[in-house]
Design a protein around this ligand. Structure first.
Ligand code: ADP
Ligand code: MG
Length: 308
């Protein structure tokens, strides 16, 4: 579907991408991950020709991207950015309609599509269609960013740290929604993040980059259980959230819910959304408890410090 053949990218003297061979299969959710500055954004921008590559070739569906008409290429690739990039003076409906209008879809088809996508993203059409972006929360705006990228039904969706500016609760919600949406639409998705939790949760396969080179490509299970070298092992270990740093001692009060100390952050947040206090279990022993408000604050801090 998307194939990189010995692709390099230089910014002046700086070699940001070095001889990368890389493949994204049709219908797969591939997560590109790595430390800040490793070349994730550069990889994405080369795919839709926002920046030229220096050497090598990128193919989409077997055709060199340089052989595509630029509009044909861009319209077939949805692009979602970290910072919310809705047009501030256009309504929600107008924002979503931009690419379908460029493609000269009929008005009735555009309206149907907008309704369908807003339903998919859980936003009531009548309530939100005429609002301006600033009248929506950050999480709602980013939802619109995602469905706008899907508006003209592209085959490929590129997402560059789309949820990293959101608070942890909204982020988990949007991740869940994206999983639901992807089950229905089955696009080829390349999703950039520096957050290993997010990668493990979303990816069919993960591609880990370091200083412009691919270090390992594999399923979440392979990356966690069979890291190819110390860099991968450290990268995973350092970022997997450590619950033990935020537990409080058991104080005798009755607690109705439990989590395991190695549960995913997603599961922990889900349980905390229902229960104010939660016991933490390790090796069948209660090792402490979580209090919702305290845990939220600590998790938010932790997630921020991972940022980059
Ligand atoms: P990431 O998205 O993984 O943080 P980028 O792809 O943005 O990384 O950048 C990769 C490297 O290329 C970094 O060292 C960055 O400083 C450099 N770089 C990115 N864009 C430019 C540019 N326009 N001019 C010069 N250097 C750049
Ligand atoms: Mg980037």
């Amino acid at each position: 579907m998307i194939l990189f053949d010995k692709v390099s990218k230089k910014y002046g003297e700086k070699e940001a991408i070095k001889q990368v061979d890389f493949e994204v299969k049709e219908g797969e959710f591939l997560v590109l991950i790595g430390p800040s500055g490793c070349g994730k954004t550069t990889m994405l921008k080369m795919m839709n020709r926002l920046i030229p590559l220096t050497t090598g070739t990128i193919y989409i569906n077997g055709k060199r991207i340089s052989d595509y008409n630029i509009n044909e290429l861009r319209w077939n690739i949805g692009y979602v950015l970290q910072q919310i990039a809705l047009f501030p003076h256009l309504t929600i409906e107008e924002n979503i309609a931009i690419v379908p209008e460029l493609k000269k879809w009929k008005r009735s088809r555009i309206n149907e599509r907008i309704k369908e996508l807003m339903a998919l993203a859980g936003l009531d059409y009548a309530t939100y269609k005429d609002r301006l972006p600033e009248e929506l929360s950050g999480g709602q705006q980013q939802r619109i960013g995602v469905i706008r990228a899907l508006a003209a039904d592209p085959d490929i969706l590129l997402m560059d740290e789309p949820f990293s500016a959101l608070d942890p609760i909204s982020r988990v919600k949007l991740q869940d929604e994206l999983i639901t949406i992807q089950k229905q639409i089955k696009k080829t998705v390349v999703f950039v993040t520096h957050d290993i939790q997010e990668a493990l949760k979303l990816a069919d396969r993960i591609c880990l980059l370091k200083e412009g080179e691919v270090v390992q490509v594999g399923t979440p299970e392979e990356i966690v259980n069979h890291p190819k070298n110390d860099f991968v092992a450290e990268f995973v270990k350092n970022q997997v959230f450590n619950l033990k740093t935020i537990i409080k001692p058991v104080d005798g009060r009755e607690v109705l819910a439990q989590v395991q100390s190695n549960d995913s952050l997603e599961r922990i947040l889900n349980v905390l959304s229902e229960y104010e206090t939660v016991e933490v279990i390790e090796d069948d022993e209660v090792i402490g408890m979580l209090e919702r408000k305290h845990a939220y604050q600590e998790i938010a801090k932790e997630l921020e410090s991972v940022g980059g």
